[in-house]
Design a protein around this ligand. Structure first.
Ligand SMILES: [Zn+2]
Length: 307
């Protein structure tokens, strides 16, 4: 049995971008409800997400941008940061807690207080750029985690795995050419944000998949491309941008993964972490918009992490 930290905060459910937005508060409720219904909450050690320190946030974001977000936060109603990304009065705190969860997760696994950690957070992060919100994302949580591990814990090699249906363009922007980071991703292409297929730096292993690709194609990428690269990189910590919107029941994208693919992929990540990274894995929620598929897939992911 691994000791798995589960980090979340009620503030992350108060961030609401308006009626019918797929990135909705019910996502976290669905995950929590399902974990309880499966008796899985007892396998996890719960932590409240703290507000991130400005210093940790500004390792990957421009100070001006952080200030701009703070000033944009409305006292009532909703304001848009981009076409898809909005803030209500609670969004500022939710975004600080999401990034704060990422930092706490890294600290817990680095101090050996947990073997691995999952952050049930929103807003998600992997599209957020150094100086701009994008694609439902305000601050880049996984990038904050990676920078914290490198700067505060003095790690030399951190891997970022991203299996969200969308390319993690923000994370790529922040670490492109940084040899301390290896990013391995799959994503549907051509598809939002229409990046990741041209001119990637050597530390970016981006593998586009065509609409309709499913378990077979995904597992082939993991086995034939991700694992060999991760083995030669020998990461000291593995971070996961865990988006579950490549699920076949998720209408936002066109990939065909199933619950078992998330369990299988997590098992592969765990083996790598045990071999190279003292079992240290920090995973954080990105996408996943079909509430049933999201809840089941997160449970499948957590079951392997906690095994
Ligand atoms: Zn996504």
């Amino acid at each position: 049995m691994a000791k798995t930290a589960y980090i979340t905060h009620p503030d992350c459910r108060l961030h609401d971008m308006g009626g019918y937005h797929p990135e909705c508060p019910q996502r976290l409720q669905a995950i929590d409800d399902y974990l309880v219904s499966q008796g899985m909450d007892t396998l996890l050690t719960s932590y409240g997400a703290p507000l991130v320190a400005l210093e940790a946030l500004c390792r990957v974001h421009a100070k001006d941008y952080v200030e701009k977000v703070r000033e944009a936060a409305p006292t009532a109603g909703i304001v848009h940061l981009d076409a898809d990304t909005a803030m209500n009065p609670q969004s500022w705190k939710a975004a600080l807690r999401a990034a704060g969860a990422a930092v706490l997760a890294v600290d817990l696994v680095m101090r050996g207080e947990a073997d691995n950690a999952f952050c049930a957070i929103r807003p998600p992060g992997h599209h957020a750029l150094r100086d701009a919100a994008m694609g439902f994302c305000i601050f880049n949580n996984v990038a904050v985690a990676a920078a914290h591990a490198l700067e505060e814990h003095h790690l030399k090699r951190v891997a970022i795995i991203d299996f969200d249906v969308h390319h993690g363009n923000g994370t790529e922007e922040m670490f492109s050419g940084d040899a301390r980071v290896l990013m391995c991703s799959i994503f549907q292409h051509p598809f939002f944000p229409f990046s990741g297929t041209h001119g990637a730096a050597a530390n970016m292993l981006n593998v586009p998949l065509e609409r309709g690709a499913g378990s077979k194609e995904f597992r082939a990428v993991v086995e034939q491309q991700w694992i060999p690269r991760l083995e030669s990189f020998e990461p000291q910590l593995i971070l996961v941008s865990a988006g579950f919107d490549a699920h076949r029941e998720d209408d936002i994208g066109g990939l065909e993964l199933v619950d078992e693919d998330y369990a299988w992929c997590t098992e592969q990540i765990k083996k790598l972490a045990q071999r190279y990274a003292q079992a240290r894995i920090v995973s954080m929620l990105e996408g996943g918009y079909n509430l049933d598929a999201l809840a089941r897939s997160v449970a499948a992911h957590l079951k392997e992490l906690a095994a």
